[in-house]
Write a protein that binds this ligand. Structure first.
Ligand code: FMN
Length: 316
């Protein structure tokens, strides 16, 4: 390469990523430009890249990037970069955490006549998400790419009605998962509660990201899990709804760290959130139990959309 491209690439790069001047990229690429992520396999054109930059800049408005190194070869350029920013808006389904995080990556650019034809990005976002306290589940964060030839369709999704039918055969209790948003108690009905281990005392619960309780839950250090009793049919209906103040008619008290624990529950616990695994539409919260209250009240039983009396179970 006779003339070094480094100053041009660095200045357009910083203009776009740090100042939001997306059109600065226009002179850098050919009309057929594509950018492929090695992590996800997704390919975008220039417009797609601009949207990605806009989304990152919206989530991390104080984004600052350092181009650490630009290595020029014959017809190729490798760019090594580091970005730092404060997470003030939702990104990749993760509500704002207020945390300042750093992430690094490298891009390989293929050139033609001094313009970028093709770009491959080695950045999978997991370092960034880890900095936000998130772990994407392997194989779930990335799209499934069907393979051709023998074994094609191997990864075809299961029919959702079959999955529903399977779940309807599974009997659970019902819990209300709680937290606070400031001083306001928040909560939702959940039957995804599961004990993970006794020593250490770990439990998990899966919460849909569209839940109105989710942002408060996500940013909490602790949560409450209340196993509902047979007298709490109205309570489960309230917490399975979008009612604005689900606690209005209820007696409840604070756990040691302030998580709302519902009076009349079969059992309640307060736990410290230790992991927030991203599983597409849901987040799996893995929590270490710090406090538990057990009552004599029989638990409510849930099967296939119906609630049953846990005191009337017939032993086999
Ligand atoms: C028996 C039962 C179990 C439920 N389990 C879950 C669950 O495990 N995770 C979840 O995100 N939603 C679950 N839901 C749905 C939520 O309770 C429901 O979407 C609720 O309206 C959410 O309220 P919110 O948006 O105010 O947080 C369940 C509902 C019922 C009735």
């Amino acid at each position: 390469m006779q003339q070094t491209l480094e100053p041009l690439i660095t200045s357009a790069w910083l203009a776009a990523w740090d100042r939001g001047d997306l059109d600065a990229l226009d002179g850098l690429v050919t009309p057929s430009y594509t950018r492929t992520s090695k992590a996800t396999g997704a390919t975008v054109d220039l417009a797609g890249l601009k949207s990605e930059i806009a989304a990152v800049r919206e989530a991390f408005p104080d984004l600052r990037t350092t181009v650490d190194d630009v290595v020029e070869g014959t017809g190729t350029v490798a760019v090594f970069w580091t970005s730092t920013g404060t997470h003030t808006h939702e990104y990749l389904g993760v509500p704002a955490t207020g945390l300042t995080v750093q992430t690094r990556g490298s891009n390989i650019l293929i050139l033609n006549d001094g313009k970028i034809v093709k770009e491959t990005v080695t950045w999978d976002g997991s370092e960034l998400l880890a900095g936000l306290g998130i772990r994407p589940l392997r194989g779930i964060a990335a799209p499934v790419v069907p393979v051709g030839g023998e074994g094609a369709g191997e990864f075809a999704e299961l029919d959702p009605s079959l999955m529903k039918a399977f779940n309807r055969q599974f009997i659970t209790g019902v819990t209300v998962v709680t937290t606070k948003e400031g001083d306001t108690p928040k909560g939702l009905a959940a039957n995804s509660y599961c004990s993970v281990s006794l020593e250490p005392p770990l439990v998990l619960v899966c919460v849909q990201k569209t839940s109105s309780t989710y942002p408060a839950l996500f940013s909490s250090s602790h949560l409450g899990i209340n196993i509902l009793g047979t007298e709490q049919l109205n309570t489960v209906k309230t917490f399975a709804s979008k009612a604005p103040d689900k606690f209005a008619e209820l007696q409840w008290h604070d756990g040691p760290k302030g998580s709302p624990l519902l009076d009349g529950s079969a059992a309640s616990l307060e736990a410290e959130i230790q992991e927030r695994f991203q599983a597409k539409t849901h987040t799996v919260f893995i929590c270490r139990v710090r406090h538990a209250e057990i009552s004599e009240t029989a638990p409510m039983v849930y099967k296939a959309g119906h609630f049953f009396d846990g005191a009337e179970l017939a032993e086999l």
